[in-house]
Design a protein around this ligand. Sequence first.
Ligand SMILES: Nc1ncnc2c1ncn2[C@@H]1O[C@H](COP(=O)(O)OP(=O)(O)OP(=O)(O)O)[C@@H](O)[C@H]1O
Ligand SMILES: [Mg+2]
Length: 254
Amino acid sequence: MNILELKNLTKTFGGLTAVGNVDFEVPKDSISGLIGPNGAGKTTIFNLITGVYKVTGGKIIFKGQDITNMEPYKIAESGITRTFQNIRLFKKLTVYENVLTACHANANYNLLESVLRTPKCRKQEKELKEKADNLLEIMGLHDRKDMIANNLPYGLQRRLEIARALALNPELLLLDEPAAGMNPDETVQLMALIADIREKFNLTVLIIDHHMDLIMGICEKIMVLNFGCKLAEGTPQEIQNNPKVIEAYLGVEG
Ligand SMILES: Nc1ncnc2c1ncn2[C@@H]1O[C@H](COP(=O)(O)OP(=O)(O)OP(=O)(O)O)[C@@H](O)[C@H]1O
Ligand SMILES: [Mg+2]
């Protein structure tokens, strides 16, 4: 079964076709990859899936439902969350506060209940704090929970972004260049972590990244974009042996 289907997806900006007639299916429970040269349209596809951009044409189907052009918060509620290519954290809050704020997005007590500190509210707050602690533990950030997010090393900021995305209880997690700026050791650790959270949280993961060792090592299915169009899709082995891909992308990237 496919958790996500892109049908003839198109996005133009003025005269520029950033994404042109892309068809792609993401199998449920898979780790899938989206690769291609700079400017190929990868981030634009994430922005379309999450409702940040309205589509110019085509459809986005999530769990069999048409979510095309739905409001971003509704898409997030329906089970798709993401990280950003340019890290977006509350830079002046601590690591723990960053995750706790995200956990609170799911709280269902109202302001009055919170002011009165009703038992329902206290119970939920306790659960949310436990959840935040648990996420920090899993993401290997617990010993830095009181650090200001901005002071974290870059690789850990990326992990914190993933923790925040997980706090929203996704079924489909979109990671936009999670290994950007990481050294080879950090990249290997991140790969293991992504595999781990997929199991722990029953996730489907779609990853954009330029680290071919990460993509080829972890993805079961890969789509290659070039100038907004799908150049190829297949298993890592099929992609690595595809002459069109080698010429357009792998050849130049090494
Ligand atoms: N809001 C926008 N307005 C105008 N053009 C845009 C906008 N967003 C993206 N584009 C253009 O769409 C094309 C695809 O951009 P996109 O960011 O999706 O590429 P990408 O594959 O993620 O590249 P990179 O690997 O560098 O992150 C580019 O030509 C880009 O300049
Ligand atoms: Mg991008």
